[in-house]
Design a protein around this ligand. Sequence first.
Ligand SMILES: Cc1cc2nc3c(=O)[nH]c(=O)nc-3n(C[C@H](O)[C@H](O)[C@H](O)COP(=O)(O)O)c2cc1C
Length: 200
Amino acid sequence: MEKHAPVAHPIETLLQRRWSPRAFDPRPVERAVLLRLLEAARWAPSSFNEQPWRYIVTSQEDPERLKEAQSVLSPGNAWATKAPVLVCTVAQLTFARNGKPNRHAFHDVGAASENLLLQATALGLFGHQMAGFDVEKARAVFQVPEGYEPVAMMALGYPAALETLTEEQRTYEQRTRARRPVEEFVFDGRFGNAIEKKTG
Ligand SMILES: Cc1cc2nc3c(=O)[nH]c(=O)nc-3n(C[C@H](O)[C@H](O)[C@H](O)COP(=O)(O)O)c2cc1C
């Protein structure tokens, strides 16, 4: 299912096509494809090129591990148990170069994940990030060491038909995609100063 963003100004089609579906086909994701997605994450920009992102990948290749990953999800994200790949994204909280706190660690993990998701979209896959998971359980299940923090879970896979969802999930899936208008989040020089709506 495609759900192009109804943009107010033209943007790249790939950006319009990325979205967060719930209907995943259990069809496995080929290892070579998975590596291409992770390679895309690799080339994200980061503060001091620290690359504070870590990706803990579980897939249908190891059903036990995948099941453990599913167990950290909140009940509201049960749809993600159909996905053949579940990833836990993790941030390194301090700079490797000097041990000081990296204030941009979560920021940079997000940037890398968006790279990954856009590459997935280009290859006909989809991803759906989730804050709805048990962080402490994830820390234990994935053996995340001190100094690192689980950021989000991410379901990855090929899209499935809408009919594979429950009625409630289907309603969610079919909602129109919406965003605040640019004028609401872009300010002119000072926080809160409205930008002038210029057309030319
Ligand atoms: C960090 C993060 C956490 C999210 N957590 C959840 C979640 O727990 N469950 C869910 O269904 N969607 C979750 N989402 C998906 C958002 O709801 C979705 O990105 C947003 O509604 C915009 O829709 P779009 O991605 O289709 O453009 C999350 C997205 C992000 C980036």
